[in-house]
Design a protein around this ligand. Structure first.
Ligand code: NAD
Length: 514
């Protein structure tokens, strides 16, 4: 069976008069782009065009960076408490506007309303963290490193920093970035995903309402050209990127080549190990939620499950669990699996399912072309399960980013760990077991950034940093948590001596001693 391809909505020459346009934010003003290249923002459940987004011109990128550079002169000296109070106000505004934000997010991205609230809430936690960042942005002091000499450090902001974000968390991921950069004293240029920038822009409006001064936060829209302009710009000091491995690798190379700091959180193929002693019902529920929630469009989705030993008998139970999920528009009550973000994503995922069959995997549950009454034009693919999946099959080797679960088998935990460590990605993983020894063995030997023990999607709270290993991350510092302080500041080390009559030395000292 092959699903009918959908015609992708494409780049437009200019905006149509009757459709709202997404604005740029430059120096505190929401401005209409002068671009001649625009893209539709489409509701993936209905194909309704919600708005159009510009691909900013080089002059607009320059203006955004220039505004950030100018604002940095005063923002870097703004008192820690004054910065903190803006983020305290901001978290309150996000809470007050949660329902509206979730509705915008669901309309343009597709995920269910409760999941959209989760997306916003996980970002809100980072805003709360930003309001307390002064507790972590502390230097060190050593007294009397030589006679009458003290040495201490200042963690000073860098200047204009930039963020480039993906479509799948249009609230959480922008909120991983600009609050952290700004709270530590930097100014920021954000480049949201061109597929769903509307909720990001509403969050940006609320940030200004909370008191972020003109020029401290700027937004440009676009794709490859705008991203390259950010990577090349001599006045941008650091770039934080979240998205696919291909683009993230390009961004890392280009930005670091231009002398910037860069951190790139990238693609994934997250495996879970199911041991035969796992709590069955809890494990089946956890896997179904993590494989098919958000239609599998999460960088932390569990897309491969390695069934160990007797757990290989659980395939029918997993399929039965997947069948219980309701497919539909994210706005409908009781829906578990919304549409894929775009027609292009729909075609790609359907093509990969076809490829899985051709490569010899067993299609246990086929989610193609589900019936969704009232939303016949939506980009829906239902939960799909393959068994007998092995390295070398395209559905194993590629990130599908859709509601497709690949089941693999292993005789024991050693074999399962070895399989995971051989995969090029190292974003997230989980083990389901009742054995402390097996869990500890897993945590010690697995080479993956985020590890869950009976927790399917272990995205760290902001007390810690998001990480990632091997092909899933470039750059060594994380986007929030303690590590982010070092990313967004540079350390200045000061060695000082003050003279009074008793310490004045006589004569020239030509040695290196203090
Ligand atoms: P993407 O790489 O296509 O896009 C990310 C950003 O890069 C967007 O802002 C986009 O405009 C820009 N971009 C796209 N093509 C470009 C090009 N050729 N040159 C320069 N910039 C370009 O990613 P996506 O499809 O929006 O998001 C899904 C991907 O993001 C998945 O691979 C997913 O695993 C990954 N992701 C990773 C994490 C993580 O923390 N590791 C989190 C969320 C998503």
């Amino acid at each position: 069976m092959s699903a009918l391809p959908k015609s992708p909505s494409e780049i437009q020459a200019r905006p149509l008069a009757d459709v709202p346009t997404v604005k740029l934010l430059i120096n505190g003003e929401f401005v209409e782009s002068q671009s001649t290249v625009w893209r539709d923002i489409v509701n993936p459940a209905t194909q309704e065009v919600l708005a159009r987004v510009p691909f900013a011109t080089p002059a607009e990128v320059d203006a955004a960076v220039a505004a950030g550079k100018e604002a940095f002169k005063t923002w870097r000296k703004t008192a820690i408490g004054a910065r903190a109070r803006i983020f305290l106000k901001y978290q309150q505004l996000i809470r007050e506007n949660m329902a509206e934000l979730a509705a915008i997010l669901t309309a343009e991205q597709g995920k269910t309303l409760p999941d959209a609230e989760g997306d916003i809430f996980r970002g809100l936690e980072v805003v709360e963290h930003a309001s307390a960042i002064g507790n972590l942005q502390l230097g060190e002091l050593a007294n009397n490193v030589a006679g009458g000499v003290d040495t201490y450090t200042l963690l000073q902001p860098l200047g204009v920093c930039a963020g480039i974000t993906p479509f799948n968390f249009p609230a959480m991921i922008p909120l991983w970035m600009f609050p952290m950069a700004i709270a530590t004293g930097n100014t920021f240029v954000l480049k949201p995903s061109e597929q769903d920038p509307m909720v990001t822009m509403r969050l940006v409006e609320l940030a200004l309402q909370a008191g972020i001064p003109p020029g401290v936060l700027n937004v440009v829209h676009g794709g490859e050209d705008v991203v390259n302009a950010i990577c090349d710009h001599p006045d941008v000091k650091a770039v934080s990127f979240v998205g696919s491995t291909k683009v993230g690798t390009h961004v890392y190379n280009r930005a670091t080549q231009a002398g910037k700091r860069a951190q790139c959180m990238m693609g994934a193929k997250n495996h879970a190990i199911v041991m035969p002693d796992a709590n069955k019902e809890q494990t089946l529920n956890a896997i179904a939620g993590a494989a098919f929630g958000a239609a599998g469009q999460r960088c932390m989705a569990l897309s491969v499950v390695v069934l160990v030993g007797e757990a290989q008998q659980w395939v029918p139970d997993l399929v039965a669990k997947a069948k219980t999920l309701k497919i539909g528009a994210g706005t409908e009550k009781g829906v578990d699996v919304g549409p894929l973000v775009s027609c292009a994503a729909y075609d790609r995922v359907n093509g990969l399912i076809e490829r899985g069959v051709a490569d010899g995997a067993m299609l246990e549950l086929d989610g193609r072309q589900p019936r969704v009454p009232g939303f016949e034009k939506g980009n829906f693919v239902g939960p799909t399960v393959f068994s007998g999946v092995k390295p070398g099959m395209v559905i194993y080797d590629q990130e599908i980013f859709g509601p497709v679960l690949c089941l693999a088998a292993a005789d024991n935990i050693d074999e399962a760990i070895e399989l995971i460590n051989r995969n090029v990605n190292g974003n997230g993983t989980a083990i389901f077991t009742q054995s402390g020894a097996a869990a500890r063995r897993f945590q010690e030997d697995i080479d993956v950034g985020q590890v869950g023990i009976n927790v399917p999607i272990p995205v760290p709270v902001p007390l810690f940093s998001f990480s990632g290993s091997r092909g899933s991350k470039l750059g060594d510092l994380g986007p929030y948590g303690k590590q982010v302080i070092l990313f967004y500041t540079q350390t200045k080390t000061i060695t000082q001596r003050w003279f009074d009559d008793s310490t004045v030395s006589h004569g020239v000292n030509t040695t290196i001693s203090l």
